[in-house]
Design a protein around this ligand. Structure first.
Ligand SMILES: C[S@@+](CC[C@H](N)C(=O)[O-])C[C@H]1O[C@@H](n2cnc3c(N)ncnc32)[C@H](O)[C@@H]1O
Length: 335
């Protein structure tokens, strides 16, 4: 990429587009337009907003290509109904509540302080027990979870299908969708979700919605301290390893190994650094959030993942990247 005045200017202003998208989702603009509100006054009425404010917002949304404008009438731009209308199966709007949440936005506004410090400067951060952001994450992060959970299920077949009983511990389960998706696929499975106690009511709600509540249990507390109540057949550690340095990750994975029956499986989901920043930018961009929010976390390399998993007592690592998403699924066997 050649750096030009235009490219730097675009980067400087990119946050305005982010803000527009978040605001439109928050005010229900795309749903309103989809359901026939075609003028600023009509959308404003539905959103409980000011008509002038709404006109300026809608024009800006048309300027960035999310709406079309024809005089005073607005419509969804091509493709918008598939990803920005809340009833669409491919709805992505909820993810703005996570990745453009106040938590992330405000913290990245102080990125320079985190760089100076070499780690978080936030009083409330990803390692704070009961961090409120994790409730938001558990509530709204399902859009990227379900395709990844499907890859996990594929990698665990046929081992899991032939394993009865199948006791699954989902460490730092958040929404719980990894364990619950597996429980729907493998009817003999029982899932225990472990997380902070402020998150678990949301986890439990998802267990009810997915119809697996009668095969679900919970452990509230610190994953580095609480009893894992094993032995289990499968331990999941998903989207957690980037919160810690390699030593702390190995400690966590060792706890997972100790909670497994011999021959049991570990299922990991992770961002994995596996190329230069230019070739594979996503993991490097994600690491800035971990710099802002953790003492020593960042996205680990492919080699580091394999080293940590092996050092914790696992073997036969199988790895797949999730199509279209920057996540890798790794399955390993307790040695
Ligand atoms: C990025 S989310 C991952 C959620 C889910 N596993 C997933 O893959 O989407 C991290 C989760 O770890 C939980 N968590 C962080 N530190 C924890 C700790 N020390 N003990 C228990 N849970 C923790 C958070 O509450 C949050 O739900």
């Amino acid at each position: 990429m050649t750096v030009t005045r235009a490219s730097v200017n675009e980067m400087m202003r990119a946050y305005k587009r982010t803000s527009l998208l978040r605001t439109a989702v928050e005010l229900g603009v795309f749903d309103a337009v989809h359901e026939g509100a075609g003028t600023a006054a009509a959308v404003a009425e539905r959103a409980g907003a000011d008509p002038r404010g709404m006109r300026i917002l809608l024009d800006a949304l048309a300027a960035v290509g999310l709406l079309t404008a024809d005089g005073e009438r607005y419509a969804l731009a091509e493709g918008a109904a598939d990803v920005l209308v809340s009833s669409a199966p491919g709805y992505l709007g909820d993810m703005t509540r996570v990745v453009v949440s106040r938590f992330e936005w405000d913290s990245l506004g102080r990125l320079a302080d985190a760089v100076r410090n070499g780690g978080t400067v936030e009083e409330q951060n990803a390692e704070t027990p009961g961090f409120a952001y994790w409730e938001t994450f558990a509530e709204f992060a399902s859009a990227v979870t379900l395709p990844t959970a499907a890859v996990m299920g594929d990698l665990l077949e046929p081992w899991a299908a032939g394993h009865d009983p199948l006791s699954i511990l989902d460490v730092a389960c958040g929404h719980g969708l990894y364990g619950f998706t597996l429980a729907r696929r493998f009817q003999q499975a029982r899932v225990t979700g472990l997380d902070w106690d402020n998150v678990l009511p949301i986890t439990e709600k998802h267990a009810v919605e997915l119809g697996v509540h009668d095969r679900t249990g919970f452990i509230a507390g610190d994953m580095f301290e609480v009893d894992y109540q094993g032995p289990h057949d499968l331990v999941l550690v998903t989207n957690v390893l980037h919160h810690f340095d390699e030593q702390r990750c190995t400690e966590l994975l060792t706890r997972a190994a100790q909670a497994l029956r011999p021959g049991g499986r570990l299922g990991v989901v992770s961002f994995v650094r596996d190329g230069s920043p230019a070739e594979d930018p996503e993991p490097y961009l994600f690491s800035i959030l971990m710099l802002s929010w953790t003492a020593a976390g960042e996205v680990h390399s492919q080699q580091a993942h394999h080293d940590m998993i092996t050092a914790a007592g696992f073997t036969n690592i199988v790895q797949r990247q999730v199509p279209g998403l920057p996540f890798h699924v790794l399955v390993a066997e307790r040695a």
